[in-house]
Each structure stands twice: as structure tokens, then as C-alpha cells.
Design a protein around this ligand. Structure first.
Ligand SMILES: O=C(O)CCC(=O)C(=O)O
Length: 299
């Protein structure tokens, strides 16, 4: 296949650490993926669900890290919006306070392997393989595939972060392929980036399984942490995109998204890749299993 990315786009990727490719997927392809999300949400069964909510470091109760989360790398599991679930009291168990299909923050983390539609647009799509080749990826392995719903009114923020902290390899090699299934605007919580931050960031911390259970952040030995307060720097750029856009995200670039106070959903599908030749950290929160190793994109 001929290259998908032009020299100009590759230069932009190099300079900014992210690249927006509007209209990468056709309206019919995008609708097929969005319909699949709606099917998954309709099939979501609360029976036996531990009501695990997707919490990040910014939440007072700390980052998500129960077995439902840690064991989700080879499954399709549903993580709820914190404000969709009432707190348990000594006399009342926690329960949903919004309709079931509106309660989901994220569905993950093996959609690309287990779901036929997301498998098709991840592993069977020659354009995706070509984009990875254009970026110079030698033997990319796919991991952490998920849908993020950013539900109307209650969809929470994704705090400032970079992806190599969460999918640490030595050397850092993570790249995100983020696909808009609906219009993503400043009103419903589109992504923002700090362009060029990937060139300054040192991956000095990684998100790991804590020895006592749960998850924690651990320093990377020998890597001096940056002093910058990335979130507060000037130069952040919003990246509003239309349905079908593919956004490539360098593993070191700082990015974030605000809450969704609007009445519109902001559904996206995303998967990540790492280089097979890099050492995947055995402490990382997400671990391959013998039944489901991280699969080759070029197979
Ligand atoms: O979709 C979002 O709002 C955030 C996604 C993100 O940060 C990521 O995929 O790394």
C-alpha cells in the first residue's frame, strides 16, 4: 500500500507529538463502530458488576485499581462514571443513580481482540497498518483498546497525562490511535494537547500494580523528573474533530480532556501500540496473559 501519511504530516507528528487525520474513517465505517458501542452499552449487564468507577489520580479516593480493573486486559468490562453511582452507607448498598447505559465511562480493555467490529478496524485495516509503518513502527503490538463514552452532563475529565507513564516500555514507545465516533468539540470535552511537550518530557514515573494490591505511581530509576507544571503552561491547543477522525498520540505528549457538561455524548474508540522490541515493564498495571499476549499489528 502507498504511504498514508504525507511528508508534511510526518513533520507535524514529529514537531507536535500528535496528528489529527480528519475523515480517516468513512461515515459508514464510523457509524458501524458507533452502532457497536450502542450494542455493547445495551448488552451491559449489572448483574454481578462490582460498580467499579473509573477514578483517576485527581479523585480523592485515588486511582482505580481493583481486580475488575486489573483483570480487564483480556476482557470487555465496563467502568462507571463516579457520579453515576451512589455511595454505600451502612444500611444501603451502592447503586446506579442514572440509566444503566448512561452510567458507563469506559469499556475496555480488549475490544480490539474480542469484538469483531473493533478487531476489523484495528487488526484488519490496511490503512492502520500503513500509518504505523509510515511512523516507522517495526513490530507494533496492540494493547489497551477501549471505548470512552464521556457521557452527557456527567462525563468526567481526563487529567493532564502522557500514555507512556501508563504503558511503560524501556525505551518508551507507546502510541495512541484515538478515533472519534462522534463530533468532539470544546463543548462536549474534546482532547487538548501541549504541542512539542513530547520532546521535553522525561518518563520518570509509571503506573504500576502496587505490591500491597491496587495501583500506584512509581519512579523510573535513573530518570530525573521534569520540573515543569505541564497543566499550567501556555500553549495548550484544543483538538476539535469530526466523526471518523483518527488522532495519533505520541506516548510522551501531554494531553487532557475536560468534563462534558453538554447534552451530547462524545464517544470515541482508542487503542495503543508499543514496539515489540522494547521491554514491557512487568510492573505495569496492564499485563498480557498466556491466553492473550499483546498481538502483532502486522501479523
Ligand atoms: O478521550 C479522552 O478524553 C482521553 C483519551 C486519552 O487521554 C488517551 O487515550 O490517552
Amino acid at each position: 500500500m502507498a504511504p498514508v501519511l504525507t511528508a508534511e504530516q510526518l513533520q507535524q507528528w514529529e514537531d507536535d507529538g500528535y496528528l489529527v487525520l480528519e475523515g480517516f474513517f468513512s461515515p459508514a465505517e464510523t457509524t458501524e463502530m458507533l452502532d457497536r458501542v450502542h450494542k455493547l452499552l445495551n448488552e451491559f449487564d449489572l448483574e454481578g458488576h462490582p460498580l467499579t468507577t473509573f477514578r483517576t489520580d485527581e479523585d480523592k479516593e485515588g486511582h482505580i485499581g481493583d481486580e475488575y480493573f486489573l483483570g480487564s486486559g483480556d476482557k470487555i468490562r465496563y467502568f462507571l462514571e463516579p457520579s453515576a453511582v451512589s455511595r454505600a452507607t451502612p444500611t444501603t448498598p451502592a447503586s446506579l443513580v442514572v440509566p444503566r447505559e448512561r452510567s458507563v465511562n469506559k469499556i475496555g480493555h480488549a475490544l480490539a481482540v474480542l469484538d469483531p467490529v473493533f478487531h476489523k478496524y484495528t487488526f484488519e485495516d490496511p490503512r492502520i497498518k500503513q500509518v504505523a509503518q509510515d511512523m516507522g513502527k517495526k513490530d507494533p503490538r496492540v494493547l489497551q483498546s477501549m471505548v470512552i463514552c464521556k457521557q452527557p452532563k456527567i462525563g468526567g475529565s481526563v487529567p493532564c497525562h502522557n500514555d507512556s507513564t501508563f504503558l511503560y516500555t524501556d525505551p518508551p514507545t507507546a502510541v495512541g490511535c484515538w478515533i472519534a465516533l462522534e463530533a468532539c468539540t470544546p463543548e462536549n470535552g474534546c482532547l487538548s494537547f501541549l504541542p512539542g511537550s513530547h520532546k521535553k518530557v522525561r518518563i520518570s514515573s509509571r503506573f504500576v500494580r502496587a505490591s500491597a494490591g491496587g495501583t500506584t505511581f512509581e519512579t523510573v530509576p535513573g530518570v530525573e523528573p521534569n520540573e515543569e507544571k505541564w497543566d499550567e503552561l501556555d500553549g495548550w491547543k484544543e483538538a476539535p474533530v469530526g466523526p471518523g477522525a483518527l488522532v495519533l498520540i505520541h506516548g510522551s505528549v501531554m494531553h487532557r480532556s475536560p468534563p462534558n457538561p453538554s447534552t451530547k455524548t462524545r464517544m470515541i474508540y482508542t487503542f495503543h501500540m508499543i514496539e515489540g522490541g522494547a521491554e514491557y515493564d512487568a510492573k505495569n498495571w496492564l499485563q498480557p496473559t498466556s491466553e492473550m499476549p499483546f498481538q502483532r499489528l502486522y501479523a
